[in-house]
Design a protein around this ligand. Structure first.
Ligand SMILES: CC(C)(COP(=O)(O)OP(=O)(O)OC[C@H]1O[C@@H](n2cnc3c(N)ncnc32)[C@H](O)[C@@H]1OP(=O)(O)O)[C@@H](O)C(=O)NCCC(=O)NCCS
Length: 276
């Protein structure tokens, strides 16, 4: 086992293109990750020093580590390599002063689930990942508008969220581009500063626009109000001309239901954690 080097990237890309039914993002990103000093890319190698398994680890905050992109070449799976790299990643987090290691897996990935459960991770929350085309959500009360929220919204939004069912179910975690870490009031302050915090009478949302996609990264609302918030996001997405709106919200039952009713395609993501 060793740290990945730039020359490993093409070889790794060869066996990380079609990992899942939908393909894989690793082949297109591995070279960049190896260069990125905030990420630690580990590989397990064969006798010729050629990588046959990989894992990526980074710190999301001074005490929270995040593991991602665990991949074992198909002919080398079930030989303990994935677990070896996971343990080494946890060691790396510990050496950086981290206190928790987290990772996410699709609900349907039974191999990854049983692997991490065997390694002592505990499932801490289930999230709905939803994709909606703007203009499809029902608007039962007429077009719902969202307006930018300012600094004065931060405290009420934070207090509302941190005592809500969404907070409880999501264990206070905040998603950001397929990573999860503890949400802080500073996140909301930054969202307000960057004009990414929006509100309507149904609650507050943090939105991030990345090219043609609008990503909903944080939601504070109640079960009854969530559909109105979804309707407001839909209206904004149409106004901005984005091609897709994506959500990561804790799975409360009502949250997934409302997104399905709004016409979303949904899947479930499990977040696991282990004390370091
Ligand atoms: C998931 C993955 C990283 C596991 O790595 P691995 O080296 O194959 O797994 P390990 O040998 O460390 O397995 C340890 C334990 O995990 C469980 N496990 C691993 N693969 C499994 C499978 N296909 N089915 C059921 N359980 C499995 C078993 O309990 C296994 O212990 P055992 O072999 O003694 O029964 C690897 O299979 C892989 O690359 N899969 C495709 C990519 C992927 O899904 N990555 C994870 C994304 S979150």
């Amino acid at each position: 086992m060793r740290e990945a080097r730039a020359e490993d990237a093409p070889g790794i890309a060869d066996w990380t293109r079609e990992t899942f039914e939908w393909g894989d993002y690793v082949a297109g990103s591995i070279a960049e990750w190896i260069e990125d000093r905030s990420r630690h890319v580990l590989v397990a190698v064969d006798t010729e020093d050629i990588p046959k398994a990989m894992a990526v680890v980074r710190m999301l905050s001074p005490y929270e580590g995040w593991l991602s992109a665990a991949r074992v070449r198909p002919d080398s799976q079930r030989q303990g390599l994935g677990s070896l790299l996971n343990d080494a990643s946890v060691e790396w987090i510990r050496s950086r002063g981290g206190r928790v290691a987290r990772l996410a897996t699709e609900d349907v990935n039974t191999a990854a689930r049983s692997q991490v459960e065997k390694l002592g991770y505990r499932k801490v929350s289930t999230w709905v990942y939803a994709e909606i085309e703007p203009g499809t959500a029902p608007q039962p009360f007429g077009p719902e508008k969202l307006k930018p929220a300012g600094r004065s919204d931060v405290d009420p939004a934070w207090i509302y969220w941190s005592t809500s069912e969404l907070y409880e179910t999501g264990r206070g975690l905040k998603p950001e581009q397929w990573t999860w870490r503890r949400g802080t009031v500073a996140d909301l302050e930054q969202a307000a500063r960057n004009q990414q915090l929006y509100t309507n009478p149904a609650g507050w949302v943090a939105l991030e626009r990345i090219d043609q996609e609008l990503e909903v990264t944080w939601v504070a609302t109640s079960p009854n109000d969530f559909p109105r918030l979804v309707a407001g996001i839909d209206t904004l997405g149409s106004e901005w001309g984005v091609s897709e709106i994506s959500y990561h919200v804790p799975q409360t039952g009502w949250s997934g239901e409302a997104l399905l009713r709004a016409g979303a395609e949904v899947s479930e993501i499990l977040v696991y954690a282990k004390a370091v």
